[in-house]
Design a protein around this ligand. Structure first.
Ligand code: KG4
Ligand code: ZN
Length: 340
């Protein structure tokens, strides 16, 4: 990478986290996130509440990111922002802010694709974390995304598989709801899964062609299973919660690993980099490690703060695009369905 001294501000507001980060060359100086607790009461993100919270958070979050980085705004070389995909009302807040800030400072504006950013987060300089080399397979798994991407270079990426309905994190969260757990349920299911028997109950894996995923059928299967068992024993959930969680986790991780195996066969690429909130899951981490032994994979999991929605990943893409002189016009607009 270049030896220039470049400061870039990254802004992320695509869903329910308002985030800002300053990157100095490839190194993150600050990574500030205001997560919106309000959605917990509703068991999912409420778009209208999200955009309102972004409006309240964006100025203090950016201010804090600059302070933590120890720089003044006129030291910035460019402003990078998430253009999409995401919730339109949420994206608009970050987009408008970034446009006016760049205009006011008279510096370049850089648009970033949120899905590319999840992948390029692997290129943040971070002690103890290796960067993948090209080509590699990226799997982004979170509450909003489930995607397998063939990555040939920083900006040459092809989506080779994705969910046709729910995201994998949603499968966790909706299963959790059926079991009466709080939102988001992924972390608790994961914790309980580690104390349960993964083969206690069997859930059929969906049959989806190629590298695509489907999780909505699994959710329905879990719902019917739980309803049936609770009819026979009203205390079924409480008495068997760890085993139920372990069986759900076993099924979900099995689905992800099956598709990864297929992706490595199809592409001949054995480097796998994962990202998104679900990459915190102990089951997927163990399965990737096993894959290194069993299939000769090399796997990469980024530092946790760069894997859930964050602005550091937007800032690193900003930096990479800055080096290429790839800037946006002031006329650019947010795009809720932006593709890789
Ligand atoms: O990336 P993220 O913070 O936000 C977006 O969805 O964009 O991901 C949140 C998702 C939630 O669905 C949550 O339940 C899931 O990641 N999650 C987990 C774990 N930690 C978070 N799912 C399974 N196991 C975990 N340890
Ligand atoms: Zn995301």
């Amino acid at each position: 990478m270049s030896s220039q001294n470049i400061y870039i501000l990254g802004i992320e507001s695509s869903c329910d986290d308002t985030a800002a980060s300053v990157i100095y060359n490839g190194k993150i100086l600050s990574n500030v996130i205001a997560s919106q607790k309000i959605h917990e009461e509703y068991g999912g993100v409420v778009p209208e509440l999200a955009s309102r919270a972004h409006q309240q958070n964006i100025v203090p979050v950016v201010d804090q990111a600059l302070k933590k980085a120890g720089i003044a705004k006129d030291q910035l070389h460019a402003i990078a922002f998430t253009r999409g995909p995401g919730l339109m009302g949420s994206l608009l807040v970050g987009t408008s802010f970034a446009k006016s800030f760049a205009y006011g400072l008279n510096i370049p504006l850089i648009d970033v694709n949120h899905m590319q950013a999840h992948i390029l987060a692997h290129f943040i300089d971070e002690k103890g974390f290796n960067k993948p080399s090209f080509p590699f397979i990226a799997m982004t798994i979170s509450g909003g995304h489930t995607q397998i991407v063939e990555v040939k270079s920083y900006f040459d990426m092809t989506v080779i598989g994705e969910t046709i309905d729910d995201a994998v994190g949603e499968a966790y969260d909706k299963s959790g709801k059926i079991l009466g757990l709080g939102y988001p349920a992924g972390p608790e299911i994961d914790k309980r899964a580690q104390q349960g028997n993964p083969k206690a109950y069997h859930f059929t894996k969906p049959k989806v062609a190629g590298l695509n995923f489907s999780f909505s059928g699994l959710k329905t299967a879990i719902l019917y299973f739980v309803q049936r068992e609770v009819k026979a024993n009203p205390n079924f959930i409480e008495e068997n919660l760890n085993d139920i969680c372990a069986s759900i986790q076993y099924t979900i991780i099995g689905i992800l690993i099956d598709k990864l195996k297929r992706a490595t066969k199809q592409t001949g690429i054995k480097q796998i980099a994962i990202g998104g909130g679900v990459s915190a899951n102990s089951g997927i981490r163990q399965a990737l490690k096993d894959g290194e032994q069993k299939f000769g994979w090399t796997t990469y999991v980024p530092k946790f703060e760069f894997t859930t929605d964050n602005a550091a990943m937007i800032a690193i893409v900003g930096y990479l695009k800055y080096l290429e002189g790839d800037f946006a016009e002031q006329s650019i607009t947010a795009s809720a369905r932006l593709k890789i």
